[in-house]
Structure formats: C-alpha cells, structure tokens
Design a protein around this ligand. Structure first.
Ligand SMILES: [Zn+2]
Length: 261
C-alpha cells in the first residue's frame, strides 16, 4: 500500500514537470530553465504555489499575482500521470525497479505526446529521436515482453517491433500520399511508432494501431454526428496512438487473450 502511495506522489511530481514539457517543447523553449512562471504575467511561481494538484485547488485555479485563469490541464496532467504510475505498478509489480522506471518514463512521454499533438499537431523529435535508440537498448536488455510477462523481450523482438512500427507507418504514409494525394500521416507518427515498437515489440505495434484506430474512428464519428464536423477534416492521429500504446502496455495481455480465445 505504501508503495502505491509513493508511486502516486512520484507521479504527481513528475507530472508537474510534464506540464513544463507540454508548454515549452512545441515553442522551442528550454525545459530546464527558467523556473516555472505564470504564462500570463510572467511572475515566477513560488515553490509553495508549485505543489502538484494541491496548489491548483488552493489557488482556486488562478495566478496569485495577476489572477489569470490557470489551465485545468495542469492538475489534469499531474493526476493522470499519477494514476498511470499506479496502474503500471499494479500491472508489472515491483520485481525490477528499473523496468518500472522505464515504463514510467514511457507512459509520461505518451502523455506529453498526447497533449502536444492535440494542440499543435506535432510530435516533438526531442522525445522520439532519443526515444528510439533507448527503446531498442532497453527492449533488448532489461524489459520483459509485455504480453508474456515471464519472458524478456530480447533484441530480435525489439528490432522487429521497431521495423514494424517505423516501417509499417512509413508505408502507410507513402500509400496515403499516393491514394489521397495529401499527407495522411506525419513523420512524427512514424518515429513515435518506431519507438513504441522497440519497447513493446511487434504485437505492441499491432495492438497500438488497432486500439488507436478504433478510438480515432469512434471519436471522429461522434464529432461528425454531434458537432457536424466534416468527413476528412484534419484530426491528428498521434493522440489516439498514444492512448493505444497506453492500452497496449497496461491491458495488452488481456485484450489479446480475450481476442484469441
Ligand atoms: Zn500571472
């Protein structure tokens, strides 16, 4: 129980850093300096106003100086990250703290990708480019196969996943351009899926794509029905892929078992 609480608090604290990444990365600002400040008036946030989730409630969602409304995304990201850390712990146990930390970093990077792509339609290279070699190194060494937890993923499965993710989405991009005469798939999606494949293997790529497409279609059709959006209006795919990858990591084994039997 203590471990769950510790993971939750750790998730809140790193979630606070994710907010910095989500705001600064697409604006090409440094994520280490300067310290957090209000995006409206530029006043540095005091340490006692920078407590994850709690400060937002105490300040009632307003900057202490200029009273500008703080985005509800801040506490949301922190809370979401904390919940995901608890789910990762629940799923993979505490046998290896390193595996746990790698999956924490992975889920956190998916949260950052989700919110940045949703708002700016880009997936930052600063996550995926270091992420791809790291995914293959970690996938080949310490990580388990997330769908057969007892076995390790290994170099072959990690490389196959990398090729399936990167190559598969590269093919979709080329086909999409040939058939639709427009860019259906961005380079960011290709790099992101190469990273996901290196970490989760080819089964992870298939599951992520399947879950992402399913979520994307459901959301797309609902938006068309509810808000009268047009068919073919541009919706970034990255956020759905990020959710798909989270589902694959956390529930992939169950989904596969349910699907096969
Ligand atoms: Zn302010």
């Amino acid at each position: 129980m203590m471990l769950y609480i510790a993971c939750f608090i750790f998730g809140l604290i790193t979630g606070s850093f994710l907010n910095v990444c989500i705001y600064r990365m697409p604006r090409d600002l440094s994520i280490v300096s300067p310290s957090s400040r209000c995006v409206s008036c530029g006043t540095p946030v005091r340490f006692y106003d920078n407590i994850p989730a709690l400060s937002y409630i105490l300040l009632m969602g307003k900057c202490r100086q200029c009273k500008a409304k703080l985005s509800v995304r801040y506490p949301l990201v922190e809370f979401l990250n904390a919940v995901l850390y608890v789910l990762v712990l629940n799923r993979f146990g505490y046998d290896s703290p390193w595996v746990l930390l790698v999956y924490f970093a992975f889920t956190s990077s998916l949260i950052v990708i989700f919110f940045i792509d949703l708002e700016h339609q880009i997936i930052p290279d600063s996550i995926t480019l270091p992420g791809i070699p790291l995914a293959i190194i970690l996938g080949s060494t310490i990580l388990p196969d997330p769908f057969l937890r007892v076995e390790s993923l290994g170099f072959k499965a990690s490389i196959t996943g990398f090729l399936a993710g990167g190559g598969g989405f590269y093919l979709i991009a080329i086909l999409g351009r040939a058939i639709l005469k427009k860019d259906a798939m961005g380079g960011g999606d290709i790099k992101m899926m190469a990273m996901v494949g290196g970490l989760l293997g080819w089964k992870g790529v298939i599951l992520t794509t399947f879950m992402g497409s399913l979520l994307g279609s459901i959301t797309g059709v609902s938006l068309i029905l509810l808000k009268g959006r047009e068919w073919g209006s541009k919706i970034p795919f990255g956020p759905y892929l990020a959710l798909g990858a989270l589902a694959a990591l956390l529930w992939g084994e169950d989904i596969l078992r349910w699907y096969i039997y």
